[in-house]
Write a protein that binds this ligand. Structure first.
Ligand code: SAH
Length: 243
């Protein structure tokens, strides 16, 4: 499991966030993947204000309580919304550039940390993983390692709030059935690479996971799940608690 931080030469998103913070606009943040056509992340979307957050994320913020960890906090939109609501939050990210952006935007506790780095310890009541937060887990085979990390980072009675999407809609046939080859890798395991101006990022694994599969892995690793809310497009928010 990769436990590194990003270096600025290989951090397109960090540069895009920095430009947007400094100039109020940014160039194209291009995304290449093994499944989708070449795409673009609107950088403005990574700076969404509390009232612009999608419904699932709003619910997660309302449920977040106690000592909160915002994993992969990016520009800090969730951390800032939580602070505004008077809650205590620590934002972490593997991108030193993004952590600088978070700090400049007023996130009081922002740290350069890889979630999987075992040197990082803490006792959090809520661990937030939002904007397809399951992505950071990378692959199904990393789920046991992920749950081991969670056991070490959660305070007694603590919960994980995570959103994800079931990508099965990409395999839907005209008659409504789904054509998924079970001999292939799990259909939600995608490789992505980003580019901003001339800065090329390394390719990375990103996991989209359907609720049933997540629930199964959670149970096998000493956790139980609760489906809190479903979004409009195969997306959902789940609460995961240690048994
Ligand atoms: N949560 C933010 C940003 C989502 S993009 C938002 O909703 O706007 C995902 C973020 O996760 C990126 O900033 C990326 O640098 C960070 N990230 C990826 N892997 C990580 C890891 N292992 N530990 C911590 N942060 C990670």
């Amino acid at each position: 499991m990769n436990t590194n931080l990003l270096t600025p030469e290989k951090d397109p998103m960090g540069h895009a966030l920095t430009d947007y913070l400094n100039y109020g606009k940014a160039g194209k943040l291009r995304v290449f993947s093994t499944l989708f056509e070449e795409d673009e992340i609107p950088v403005k979307q990574l700076f969404r204000k509390p009232e612009e957050l999608p419904a699932l994320e709003q619910t997660a913020l309302q449920l977040a309580a106690g000592n909160i960890l915002d994993v992969g906090a990016g520009s800090g939109c969730h951390s800032l919304a939580l602070q505004k609501a008077g809650k205590k939050v620590c934002g972490i990210d593997i991108s030193p550039l993004s952590v600088e952006v978070m700090k400049q935007r007023g996130v009081t506790t922002a740290k350069q940390i890889n979630l999987f780095d075992t040197h990082f310890t803490g006792q959090f009541d809520t661990i937030l993983m939002l904007m397809n937060g399951s992505g950071i887990i990378g692959k199904l085979e990393n789920l046991p390692a992920f749950f081991r990390r969670m056991k070490l980072l959660l305070a007694p009675g603590g919960t994980i709030l995570m959103d994800s999407s079931d990508l099965r809609y990409l395999f839907e046939e005209e008659d409504g059935s789904f054509l998924i080859n079970l001999n292939d890798d799990y259909y939600g395991e995608i490789d992505f690479r980003m580019q901003y101006k001339n800065i090329q990022g390394e390719s990375f694994h990103w996991l989209y996971i359907d609720y049933q599969t997540l629930d199964l892995y959670a149970q096998q690793n000493g956790f139980c799940t609760e489906l809190i809310q479903e979004g409009e497009h195969y997306d959902y928010l789940v609460r995961i608690t240690q048994i």
